[in-house]
Design a protein around this ligand. Sequence first.
Ligand code: ZN
Ligand code: ZN
Length: 453
Amino acid sequence: MTVDLVVRGCRIVTSTATLEGFGIACDEGKIVQISTDSTLPAADEVIDAKGNFVLPGIVDTHVHMRDPGDTVYKEDWTTGSAGAACGGVTTVFDMPSALDTAYEVRDISTFRRKEEAARSQSVVDFALYGLIKEDNLDDLVKMVGVGAVGFKVFFSASAPGAPPITDGAAVDAFSRIAKTGRRIAVHAENARMIERNERAFKTMGRGDVMVHLEIRNNLSEAEAIQRAILFAEATGAKIHIAHMSSGSGVDAVAAAKSRGLPVSAETCPHYLLLSSDDYKRIGSVIRVNPPVRHKTDSERLWLGILDGTVDCIGTDHAPHSREEKVTDDYWKTLSGFPGLETSARLMLTQINSGRLSLNQYVKLSSENAARLFGIYPQKGALTVGADCDLTIVDMRHEGVIKAEELQSKSKVTPFDGVRYRGKPVCTIVRGNVVMEDGEIVSKPVGQLVKPAS
Ligand code: ZN
Ligand code: ZN
């Protein structure tokens, strides 16, 4: 038999083992054989991994591609998915919010509009969240029917013109979604506390970036996470705490898990690797919601990563233009920055320094996300029958992150100038080689990923 693709010379990494001298055979997008190199079948295309580590393709549970929308000057599916591929990411979960609410994914037709934009441009696979709004509760279950991977709810505002959901509507939505088994990603910050703090600090005339930490303080996140857990327990809904940034958040999730509640959590590299000590050096670019917090918070998040309280590392890839990010006025700076291309390099560097293992990283970057959102083992697994999504990483490759070299339209990152050791060198999506040595080498092959049931 001749298959489509063979990758030989791999060190295959799963969450439980590392296999040396093995290879992977792929046919029609699926893994058909994993065996020693000498027993692999003949193939139309052969890639030599040269002893590099081969991981299940990275699944990023949190990106904002801005497309369709009136903000595609910040990013679109072509540039965003190129960034994903260069970052070793093979599946992105796109958030349903939009800065202009006309482009939110909030019902079947807006879901299909987003799916079409992604399919025509993306070089990586994509899953789409539906948005929970005050007034679209009857559309939620219908979005499950067309393939929504989960939902996102904002306990604090997502866009300037979009008020946060009321608690009553949130509970109603949680009850409806509980019946579908889909998971709800929660933006957990207390809107009323934040609004009051904003007014107070504006009156005081504060406009420096440090004020961000005080406006969106730890209590505003801890309260919202606790509330989300209460709502989940009352309704039976599965929830996923998005971009968890605080130590008290980790404690709340750990307590919920110990009580057997279906609560999972995601954090991002900026919460693990940056702290309040970095605000003066990085300036306004560091602004993100929730904020990068204190050393004690990142230390608690690291413990949560190692003990399984934190399930996933997402990026909250949220590009803006340079003018929107680099300002000397807090009130004019937008929150968020791109992360798809930098996440793996940053985390592989931590692995090289011994802070976690590649096997643990497979869980955090891929396997857990796929399991939690019902797309395992199609995604998140190196096993016969799974999609052949591979991230090949060279753990010895050293370099410096340069903002101007990002594939993203947004040439802004708080990690500009940071040295790394370890880099994705090849990204394969369902047997299609989409990135090789930092170059995009494929036409758009991305498809919508739907949970099995
Ligand atoms: Zn959010
Ligand atoms: Zn986000």
